[in-house]
Design a protein around this ligand. Structure first.
Ligand code: CP
Ligand code: NVA
Length: 300
């Protein structure tokens, strides 16, 4: 059987993604529930960027599933001293059972996966953050039921989170309206391939009108620190405020992958309002990734 990877949401079928979310909801209800798939197995975690949620959720997931995890910082491994991605993938996959990577270029993750004999999971690249979308979709299902046929508004940078929402729109069958400043659009090929359900609507209030879910992310992502000041100016007017949320459906939810910058991409009030489900999203990283680990390791 070929090794299954999770580099983007498109690596799994819509049915498989739905199954993972239902399993995640069941695992959340019974934290001790587990099959034996991950027992005595090891997850290697290569992180070239900082992380709180992703790191902790994967480590706790492996503990709860009866396995263990190894956190590998490039500064402490030979990867950081120039050993190739290909050689590192071949070596690590001879010893561990599943690998997750947080890095910059998505192509680097793909090269690693091509050379790995065990499943590789994307823990965030400059292009995609699929694990976050599993948690976000689980959160929507828990609060409001199926997201199919709903309208989602993305307000902010067309970067990795926005691009993962484009993939989610396709796999979970919703309409996505993106409000971003000029020059901060997601990948044009992705927009073209999904033009039946994804559109750029410049005006945030128009994008949010009647939406069931409003989501955003930081204006300067990891790796863009030097552009921060310039970005703050360019994104002026794109903050998710209570006034903006008032344009959404009356039962609209607010999501943010976190970490958040209160007073920049989102006002402090919106982040802490009852319709904000950001803490559930954060918790669901644990449950969704447990279900994902089981799925990928069972598929081997
Ligand atoms: N949302 C998210 O991935 O958070 P971390 O950067 O803390 O992992
Ligand atoms: N867009 C953000 C997401 C962090 C989880 C970043 O890449 O830094």
């Amino acid at each position: 059987m070929t090794t299954r990877h999770f580099l983007t949401l498109l690596d799994l079928t819509p049915q498989e993604l739905h199954n993972i979310i239902h399993r995640a909801i069941a695992l959340k209800k019974s934290p001790t529930l587990r099959d034996e798939t991950l027992k005595n197995k090891t997850l290697a975690m290569i992180f070239e960027k900082s992380s709180t949620r992703t790191r902790v959720s994967f480590e706790v997931a492996m503990t709860q599933l009866g396995g263990s995890s190894l956190f590998l910082s490039p500064s402490d491994t030979q990867l950081g001293r120039g050993e190739s991605i290909e050689d590192s993938a071949k070596v690590l996959s001879r010893m561990v059972d599943v690998i997750t990577i947080r890095t910059f270029e998505h192509a680097k993750l793909e090269r690693f996966a091509r050379n790995s004999s065990v499943p590789v999971i994307n823990s965030l690249t400059d292009d995609f953050h699929p694990c976050q979308l599993l948690a976000d979709m689980q959160t929507y299902f828990e609060h409001r039921g199926d997201i199919a046929g709903k309208t989602v508004a993305w307000v902010g940078d067309g970067h990795n989170m926005c691009q993962s929402y484009i993939n989610a729109a396709r796999q979970f069958d919703f309409e996505l309206r993106i409000a971003c400043p000029e020059g901060f659009e997601p990948n044009q090929d992705m927009l073209d391939a999904n033009s039946n359900r994804v559109s750029i609507v410049r005006n945030p209030a128009e994008a949010v009108a009647g939406a069931s879910l409003v989501a955003t992310d930081v204006w300067a992502s990891m790796g863009q620190e030097e552009e921060r000041r310039q970005r703050l100016e360019k994104f002026h007017g794109f903050q998710v405020t209570r006034e903006l949320m008032a344009h959404a459906a009356s039962d609209a939810l607010f999501m943010h992958c976190l970490p958040a910058h209160r007073g920049e991409e989102v006002s402090a009030e919106v982040l802490d309002d009852p319709d904000s489900v950001v803490w559930d999203e954060a918790e669901n990283r644990l449950h969704a990734q447990k279900a994902l680990l089981e799925f990928l390791c069972n598929a081997r």
